[in-house]
Ligand binder design. Structure first.
Ligand SMILES: CC(C)(COP(=O)(O)OP(=O)(O)OC[C@H]1O[C@@H](n2cnc3c(N)ncnc32)[C@H](O)[C@@H]1OP(=O)(O)O)[C@@H](O)C(=O)NCCC(=O)NCCS
Length: 327
């Protein structure tokens, strides 16, 4: 017998306001055609003043709890991946704990930029396997519109706002030798390389108030590292589970750029209809992008119980990683 972290619910929240590429092209030197060709993005949701990380994360978590038929007191840990918290402290996770009416346990934020959800899954799986938690909410919630330089066409066209959440619950499995039949998280792998911190970063925060706190990126370098690191991450996940690409039913990748997503799908020999894509409508919602994509594909019936799902992400840090989950 082994403890497994079973994914029992998933939900998302997107801000009401939708901004198509053409709207950006009216005030920036860019075009719908350029953005679509280079990134696959057609539109993004942008948060209004009251749609903060805590507000959106709470709504995504409520949807995940509803799908899992779970109550607030079934949750004993909340992990929030965000680079755009409402406040330095209390953590966004603690604010969401209060909003949800979760009576106890513990809650904290985790900073891993666009890899925040994968990092969260990894930490949560460790807590569950060690017996330190039985019901863990992992939430990715981001308002990158607040850290954009809206004059920089190289970055501001790429990102959107939103939140996604999953509920993991401790369940029984039979152990690593039965990875092909057990439900739940089969493996997570997380990595970082701090020496590459300056190719994608935010120049300031509450500890450096003299700086504006704006996202800066060397797009070409990030693209180059993303393709290499994510390919390695996919191979690492399969090798660790003695699996091949034939065992994977779905790729649910971080949604940064359609060209990177398609390259990963090809690497796994997956037909395009087995790769979940939301970047066209959501743009890059950072830590929220994977749970938002998963929520969509579960809600519309594409991803079914028993399916093998591979998730991967890369973000500022650099950080990157993968999670292999049987639904
Ligand atoms: C950002 C990205 C789309 C740029 O595409 P690219 O093909 O690498 O384009 P380049 O940066 O080489 O720029 C090519 C030209 O387009 C211009 N350009 C940049 N943004 C533009 C825009 N929104 N509209 C029109 N032109 C634009 C550049 O200024 C450059 O012009 P120049 O040659 O006159 O200097 C691409 O590098 C990318 O997706 N990188 C990964 C980013 C990412 O995923 N980040 C998040 C990771 S979590």
């Amino acid at each position: 017998m082994a403890i497994r972290s079973i994914l029992t619910g998933v939900g998302g929240y997107l801000p009401k306001r939708i901004v198509p590429n053409d709207e950006l092209a009216r005030r920036l030197e860019t075009s719908d055609e350029w953005i679509r060709e280079r990134t696959g993005i057609r539109q993004r949701h942008l948060a209004g003043a009251t749609e903060t990380a805590a507000y959106m994360g709470t709504r995504a978590a409520q949807a995940a709890l509803a799908m899992a038929n779970a109550r607030p007191d079934d949750v004993d840990a909340i992990i929030v991946g965000t680079s755009t918290p409402d406040q330095a402290f209390p953590s966004t996770a603690a604010r969401i704990q209060a909003e949800l009416g979760v009576p106890g346990g513990f809650a904290f934020d985790l900073a891993a930029a666009c890899s925040g959800f994968i990092y969260g899954l990894s930490v949560a799986d460790g807590l569950i396997r060690a017996g330190n938690a039985k019901g863990v909410l992992i939430i990715g919630t981001e308002v990158y519109s607040r850290i954009m330089d809206w004059q920089d066409r190289g970055t501001c066209v790429l990102f959107g706002d939103g939140a996604g959440a999953v509920l993991l619950r401790a369940g029984e499995g039979t152990g690593p030798e039965h990875n092909k039949t057990d439900r739940g998280i089969l493996s997570t792998h997380i990595h970082s390389q701090g020496s590459l911190g300056d190719i994608l970063y935010v120049d300031g925060a509450v500890g450096r108030r003299e700086l504006p706190g704006t996202l800066r990126m060397n797009g070409r370098e990030v693209f180059r590292h993303a393709v290499t690191r994510l390919a390695e991450a996919v191979e690492e996940a399969l090798a660790a589970n003695n699996m091949t690409h034939d065992d994977v039913d779905w790729l649910v990748p971080h949604q940064a750029n359609l060209r990177i997503i398609e390259a990963m799908g090809k690497r796994l020999h997956l037909p395009p209809e087995r790769v979940v894509v939301t970047v066209d409508r959501h743009a890059n919602t950072s830590a929220a992008s994977i749970p938002l994509a998963l929520a969509e594909a579960v809600a519309d019936g594409r991803i079914q119980r028993g399916d093998m799902v591979l998730m991967e992400a890369l973000g500022g840090g650099l950080t990157w990683g993968s999670a292999l989950v049987r639904m």
